[in-house]
Design a protein around this ligand. Sequence first.
Ligand code: ACO
Length: 424
Amino acid sequence: MPEQTLTIADNRTGESYTLPIENGTVRAMDLRQIKIDADDFGLMTYDPALMNTASTRSAITFIDGDKGILEYRGYPIEQLAETCSFLQVAYLILFGELPSEKQLAAWTYDITHHTFVHENIKTLMQAFRYDAHPMGMFISTVAALSTFYPEANEVNDVENRLVQIKRLIAKVPTIAAYTFRHNRGLRYVYPDNDLSYTGNFLNMMFKMTETKYTANRALERALDVLFILHADHEQNCSTNAMRSIGSSRVDPYSATAGAAAALYGPLHGGANEEVLKMLSRIENTRNIPEFIQRVKNGEGKLMGFGHRVYKNYDPRARIIKRVADDVFEVTGRNRLLDIALELERIALEDEYFISRKLYPNVDFYSGIIYQAMGLPVAMFPVMFAIPRTLGWLAQWQEMITDSEQKITRPRQIFVGHPRRDLPT
Ligand code: ACO
């Protein structure tokens, strides 16, 4: 086997350095020994948007963007989506192995029995304007949870951490559903402990006058699959935010609120909202060629296409297309689906998208499904945030217990004015 090292010649000094290569990386800190003189700070790397920097070791999610592979703890996403429930996958992602029957029963019981929120949370949410964006309400309410559980700042206490993790996974659907009911001017619906994670979510969203809500089995399962697909995606923008905020050792509620804020952006979890707006604007398949031309002219993006990591078909998008069929069988076909399918067909044959390796991502079809389920567009990023809370927490826990991690603090290249004195 060839030697796993990198030799660097510094032409400024004529010195040469040999650095170890491990897992296809060199340690950025190893570069600091490369100096022009004793006063020099040492060589740094410049990597805006962290395009080529591994910020952590992680054992949670594996992605091969060129091959279109996504695995949680080694299991392919296709198999997990086919056979597991969201709570099984949640356990797997958090603890590293699938739960036994007994473990799953205990885990389900724990999550189910943490779904209620303090009545003051309801009062707090009622203070929002009737038309407040649900994601803004979600972010603020999750942050407010830290004031209800002040002990959550004991982040180094294993047991304490686990309680907060369970609370967050259990309460985010409740908060999400309350944002929806608030926008609609409907009374809040309390969790029903007899129902599954997604069945209860549908109950809190859509229950009207019936004494007991029964979710449509196909929709309940479709939502479970969507939640599995969105559970984690390694070091994306919001997860990086979660780790970075959490590295200050703040409580997980505050960190999760920060991660959710990162997710809200239109280039990340807000993309599904943008896709729906885009499809509605296109209005008719006849208008697609003109729309594509405008994208190619740089007048906007084809939302739901492209990914920093996937340079192949996003495997989640493939599964979501199948989920869409199951949902439309219950709800009737969403007319925007025809526009989406035609848009995808045309884009995948177009040189602009082919040469840039732009394929549909998870958000291209998820919005169409959520709309068919009766959700307003503004709820879409919230639907992403519910399952991703799990991923954020697993990544946060991994970061907290990683002895190599410290408070995140990147460097900068200062390009501002050199020292000067105020005019006298
Ligand atoms: N439509 C048109 N052109 C695009 C698109 C798109 N959706 N995405 C990328 N491009 C083009 C860029 O203009 C650029 O072209 P150029 O080389 O001629 O300048 C080239 O493809 C490379 O794109 P970058 O922006 O450099 O790719 P990056 O990795 O930085 O961006 C991102 C990835 C943000 C996802 C981008 O593809 C995008 O904005 N997509 C639309 C928004 C979206 O769907 N986001 C959801 C991502 S998935 C998720 O968060 C769950």
